[in-house]
Design a protein. Structure first.
Length: 173
């Protein structure tokens, strides 16, 4: 349970992309705001603030979650993964990110972080995901730019590469 400080803020600590992170949060502060404004992890976007658009999707303990529907204090002690944690190393893209670049799976890029986080979870869990599985996973994401065609091409290529002859590995490898 987060520790209450004298000014009614809670100390919240968790692992962010594999590294310890902590800060103070008011009881009603959303995880999106905590990530962006307290920790400086601005890759998580704030869209509708109602959990509908999917732009704020992150992973909490390995599962996709809407950071705009999660209080920062609820994340205390969790493993949080954001789009900043997808690249396997500085200057390298993950298979999924590379596929998005190759197939122009983004235009304005606003929805991309959330989509990548949902697809990363699906392809980590099921590298053999079908087109139907991918469409289902993306059903909670709104994109106004791409028409979803390039996003689907990118996701299908990433899935193909992950289950290919050499099985290149996890989407973030």
């Amino acid at each position: 349970m987060p520790r209450l400080t004298s000014d009614r803020r809670h100390r919240v600590a968790f692992k962010l992309n594999g590294r310890p992170a902590e800060g103070l949060a008011e009881p009603r502060m959303l995880l999106t705001d905590f990530l962006r404004h307290v920790l400086g992890a601005t890759g998580t976007h704030v869209g509708c603030e109602h959990g509908v658009c999917g732009a704020c999707t992150i992973q909490i303990d390995g599962l996709p979650a809407r950071a705009c529907l999660t209080l920062a204090v609820q994340a205390d002690g969790a493993e949080i993964r954001t789009v900043e944690g997808l690249a396997p190393a500085p200057g390298r893209l993950s298979i999924l990110q590379e596929s998005f670049r190759t197939h122009h799976g983004l235009q304005c890029g606003f929805c991309t972080a959330g989509i990548l986080m949902s697809l990363d979870e699906l392809l980590t869990r099921r590298p053999d995901a079908s087109e139907e599985d991918i469409r289902h996973q993306l059903s909670g994401h709104l994109c106004r730019c791409t028409g979803y065609g390039p996003i689907m091409k990118a996701a299908l290529e990433a899935a193909r590469r992950l289950r290919g002859p050499a099985g290149e590995g996890a989407p973030h490898a």
